[in-house]
Each structure stands twice: as C-alpha cells, then as structure tokens.
Design a protein around this ligand. Sequence first.
Ligand code: C5P
Length: 249
Amino acid sequence: MVGSENSINQARDYLAVALDVPSLQVAEETIERLDGEPGWIKIGSQLFTAEGPAVIALAAKRARIFLDLKFHDIPNTVASAVKSGTRLGASLMTLHAVGGVSMLRAAKEAAAEEASRLGVPRPELVAVTVLTSTAEKDLIQVGVAGSLPDQVARLLDLALESGIDGVVSSPLEAAAVRKRAGENFRIVTPGIRPADSAVGDQVRIATPASAIAQGSSLLVMGRPILMAKNPVEAARAAIAEIEDALGRQ
Ligand code: C5P
C-alpha cells in the first residue's frame, strides 16, 4: 500500500545518494542532513581517495554502502580489492566489465569467500559497461571498432557470463538490459533528474518514476539532492516518486 511504512522502506532501498563531496567534514554534515532517508550512500573515488575507510565507517551508521571505485586490474588485484571492500562493510561495489570474464569471476569468488569468512552477507558486484561520458569516437580511439550499443551489449553479456550481480546502465537503456538479463539482475542507473531540476552535465537522463518503469533497481542521485535547498526534502520527494512508481508496477 502506497504510504505505508513498508512501501516507503522498500522505496528507500531503491535510492542511492552519491556522496560526491570533498572531505570527511562535508560528508558528515551531508549525512546528518539526509537524516537516514536514502537506503544507500554511494562513495566514489573522490571522497574515498581523500578520506579512505573513515568515510565508510561514518556512512554505514545511516545507510548501506555502495563503494563505487570501478575496479579494473589483473584478476588477483581486483579480487584482493573486493575482499578489502567486503571487510570495510561495502554492500555493493563496481568494477569495469572490460576487465574481462576472468577478472569478473575472480571478483565474485573473492566477495563470496571473504563474506563467508566474516559471516556477513556477500556484497553485490555490478559492472560498468561503457561510461556514459564515452562517445563512439572515443571507442574508436581505443581500438573498439563496433558501435557503442554493440559494445554495451557485448559487455553486458560478459557480465552475465561471469555470473556477477548486475550492471550500471543509463536509465534509457535499462529496459533493454532488463529484457536481456531477466528479473534477478541488479540494474543501477545514474543520470536521474526530477522533472523540475537542472540537468548539469548528464545527457542521458530520466525521472525517478520513469527509471523505475524502465526496470532500474537502484537509482543514483547526486546533485539534485546534494545541491537542493533542502536535501532531505529532495530525498523524500524522490522516495515518494519511487514508491508511487513501484505501486504502479
Ligand atoms: O550528480 P549526479 O546525479 O549526476 O551524480 C551521478 C553519480 O553517478 C556520480 O557519482 C557519477 O560519478 C556517477 N555515475 C554517472 N554515470 C555513470 C557512472 C557513474 O553519472 N555512467
């Protein structure tokens, strides 16, 4: 039922706020202001490089941790990084599908192994296919001859073959990914903008409601919430829109 504690909590689980801030102090203020509304907090390379594990310990008090460090290295190194992230308490981590099936599989095994050693739930792993900032000419420059949609499809298939949990996708491609990957696949979509907000540098965008309708299972929102006059109100508005969209499914 829309408006019930259950359905609000379910909607909260679909929202990851991107904590794209420069320091632990600003992170702490921001987390305070969000008042536990989002189910997830996404920590990326800017904040993690600046402040390290302390920021995870801080955010984990209020939400599940999405550690967005987009690992891409030899399988052994990525597996070790995933184990470190698991020990820090990350519930979701990203890696680049272009690292290949052996790297993705090694990461998956490492997450399972470390989680079982610690007796904690296994963190989910999702693959970045082609970054939304990449254009076809950039692919050609790095030696990828096919079209951009072909490259996205190829990398999605690698993610599926490796058995990892999902991919990061533009909300505009989420429906196609959902169709190919089926129900039990995490689709993380950045580029979410409420109908009345500034677009910024994102080009492939959707509203929270339309991202849900397209099959997204985790909506990443940064600036529309962080730069809002009242971030907690902006988060609540997004959660209400998600809840409503879930209710219509
Ligand atoms: O501020 P905004 O809502 O655009 O933030 C989106 C977040 O999602 C940022 O942390 C950005 O790094 C991340 N992201 C993205 N596009 C991708 C992958 C991640 O915007 N393809």
